[in-house]
Design a protein around this ligand. Structure first.
Ligand SMILES: [Zn+2]
Length: 414
């Protein structure tokens, strides 16, 4: 097991008291902002006249307009933030559900974008997914589909969450998956599922994930439309039956934001269905006002769904504060379940030949204090172990320098 965080300090060199505050999940969630979210959404080519679709002529149909520029925006950001970032290329033949004719076409040059933060110590895997392709002129009633809500709104959330957590180590593994070709009957998520998830531990590696370790697949598709005359709600939809993931995600959304969560089953029209179909707990987070799911008498629905005006610059359309709130809720869920391992932040002081060490810890993390008299020999003696607690705590250890072996100390978290 590799050391997670190491903090070296010398009892004799430091006599000042360092002030430190405990870091909490809320501090991470609070770095998700409307400005940050909107910046990512605008950089995903979501204006009127832009599109992340494909050519609409004879086979092969290939990425067109700003499709690959949006892909490259994601890659450069995920990479700069330190994620293990890779492309998952694929091609397929399909006669998709919403097309202009009844022909089958061959699509080539498609790529899912995957960014992984590998966990330390934990075995769970959480997939946070969205789709970056948009509808195109191969679809009915569309010339150029900017797809700002469907589905760039979810991709902007992936980016904003990835940026918020980039500096933290987590116990469990987090996989951000930006699917291609969702609008072609979920071909990107189907490809990822069939080629990068395995039942066999011997087949897993940095790009193939163990199915039994995947605790949840959370799909963010269409999260930025909120009509002003309806409740400030977001829907967490499951496909059928019960879903631990749905209620866990919903609880975090309500914990970190003012949103109310509506739970419903029957949500099967986006990429989470690909994962549900192999038995994974997969849920769809979607704007409450997408359609009249709830039997309201005075209902609204997204007016620009699958049109040329599903754009960031369509007047009186998207509510980016709302989308940022949904994003905060999902960032909170990532923290609540994948568990950040915060660095120990230290206060120390010396009096009467006694060293007081005080550090702020986080839930479920054990800390071990080691000492050595010979740093170059790298021979550390365990002095004491601080057990995990279920709350953020501020712990103090008194060390009598007459009895403790060592004059240089370090703390490991695990
Ligand atoms: Zn769509």
């Amino acid at each position: 097991m590799p050391p997670k965080r190491i903090f070296h300090f010398s009892a004799f060199l430091l006599s000042i008291t360092l002030q430190a505050q405990a870091i909490t999940a809320s501090d991470i969630v609070d770095t998700v902002t409307t400005a940050g979210y909107s910046n990512h959404l605008a950089h995903l080519y979501t204006h009127i006249g832009e599109s992340r679709g494909f050519t609409d002529g004879p086979s092969p149909r290939i990425p067109a307009y700003q499709h690959d520029l949006a892909r490259d925006y994601m890659i450069s950001n995920f990479t700069a933030w330190g994620y293990d970032t890779w492309l998952d290329p694929f091609e397929f033949d399909v006669n998709f559900s919403y097309d202009n004719d009844s022909n089958s076409y061959h699509y080539a040059g498609c790529n899912n974008v995957v960014a992984t933060k590998r966990g330390y110590g934990g075995t769970n895997i959480y997939l946070i997914i969205a789709h970056y392709d948009s509808v195109d002129s191969g679809h009915r009633n569309v010339i150029l589909g900017p797809g700002a809500d469907d589905g760039a709104s979810g991709v902007a959330a992936l980016l904003e969450i990835a940026e918020a957590i980039k500096d933290y180590i987590f116990k469990d593994t987090i996989v951000f998956l930006a699917c291609d070709a969702e609008e072609k009957d979920y071909q990107g998520s189907i490809h990822f599922r069939d080629h990068h998830i395995s039942d066999k531990p011997s087949e897993t590696n940095s790009t193939t994930f163990l199915k039994s370790s995947i605790r949840a697949v959370v799909n963010l598709d269409s999260i930025a439309y909120d009509h002003t005359n309806t409740p400030y709600n977001v829907a967490v939809g499951r496909v059928a039956g019960s879903s631990q993931a749905a209620f866990a995600v919903g609880a975090s959304i309500e914990k970190y934001t003012d949103l109310s969560v509506e739970y419903s089953s029957g949500f099967d029209e986006s990429d989470h269905i690909s994962f549900y179909n192999i038995g994974l707990d997969a849920v769809h987070v979607i704007e409450y006002d997408f359609v009249n799911y709830w039997g309201e008498t005075n209902f609204v629905k997204n007016p620009y769904y699958h049109t040329d005006y599903d754009a960031i610059d369509s007047p009186d359309y998207l509510n980016l504060n709302y989308a940022a709130d949904v994003t905060k809720g999902i960032a909170g869920a990532v923290c609540d379940y994948a568990t950040p391992i915060f660095p120990a932040t230290l206060n120390q002081s010396i009096s009467n030949n006694t060293l007081s060490i005080r550090w702020f810890t986080s839930p479920d993390i054990e800390y071990e204090l080691y000492g050595t008299t010979d740093l170059t020999a790298n021979a550390w003696n365990l002095i004491t172990q601080i057990d995990a607690t279920n709350d953020v705590v501020d712990q103090t250890v008194q060390l009598d320098l007459n009895t403790v072996t060592g004059n240089v100390f370090r703390v490991l978290s695990r």
